[in-house]
Ligand binder design. Structure first.
Ligand code: OAD
Length: 244
């Protein structure tokens, strides 16, 4: 049996739904990595040299001034080089074992879910540790250098920028998981950036028991069946305790 002591009536509602559930989907944003030291996008530390993410993470910015955009990514890669998953990521890796079907969908590009042991992560916004050619799309892993691909195009981080399409297959899998989930958790996301932000609303529409974990209100808060205000690193281990 897992330890569910001291959980209170709110968490009892979650456990009752989770015990009945066949499928669970979890949708994460920058907030789950905040306690690992990764700056969120819309928080104060997300700024770099007075630029907002929206001014740098675009194909136009890259075409206009690739060196500046790459310098920003070099700064962000450096910031995440030494970080470790936190108890929130670890709890989500454990959650994979608990349901017949489990889907983890993330907007994060830091790779921390995989590092914590989650095996099948849908990365809606790509992964900052990889590069891809801006022209032909071919990918390369960490450690491979040089600004240009054999096709002559410039390498850029393998992430989705404002104004770009999300990877279609990943998005379809995520929509499908949200529509079919019995329990759906929306964790550490401002729920402002579409199309990813549709996911919790879709799950709610389809009848899932929905939970929001976030220290602040979001546009989804009013529709969530259960709102857990606070840090994901403290709530998620209570939702998915270690078996013992
Ligand atoms: P945001 O920076 O917009 O929002 C982070 C959310 O995490 C906020 O709602 C915070 O209240 C919450 N938060 C902060 N600390 C937390 C903690 N310890 N535990 C739980 N929640 C916490 O980040 P996202 O919602 O991920 O897109 O942003 C969505 C997308 O916007 C990103 O993927 C990125 C960005 O532009 C692309 O790069 C395409």
């Amino acid at each position: 049996m897992s330890d569910r002591s001291g959980t209170g009536p709110d968490l009892e509602r979650f456990f009752a739904s989770a015990d009945e559930a066949r499928s669970c989907a979890v949708f994460t944003g920058a907030g789950v990595s905040a306690e690992s030291g990764v700056p969120t996008f819309r928080g104060k530390e997300g700024m770099w040299k007075d630029f907002k993410a929206e001014e740098l993470a675009t194909p136009e910015a890259f075409e206009r001034d690739p060196d500046r955009v790459l310098e920003w990514y070099a700064w962000r890669r450096e910031k995440i080089a030494d970080i470790e998953p936190n108890p929130g990521h670890e709890a989500l890796a454990r959650a994979e074992e608990r349901f017949e079907e489990f889907t983890l969908i993330t907007q994060n590009i830091d790779g921390l879910h995989e590092q914590a042991g989650s095996r099948d992560v849908i990365e809606l916004h790509g992964n900052i540790l990889r590069d891809r050619c801006h022209v032909c799309g071919s990918r390369r892993g960490p450690g491979e250098d040089g600004p240009r691909c054999t096709c002559g195009g410039r390498y850029r981080p393998d992430v989705v920028w404002f104004g770009e399409m999300l990877p279609q297959q990943a998005l379809e899998r995520a929509f499908q998981a949200a529509r079919s989930a019995d329990v759906f958790l929306s964790v550490g996301t401002s729920t402002l950036v579409y199309p990813a932000a549709y996911l919790p609303f879709m799950a709610h529409e389809a009848g899932a028991f929905t939970v929001e974990v976030n220290p602040e209100r979001t546009p989804f808060s009013d529709q969530a069946d259960l709102v857990l205000r606070g840090a994901s690193g403290s709530w998620l281990p209570r939702l998915f305790p270690r078996e013992g």
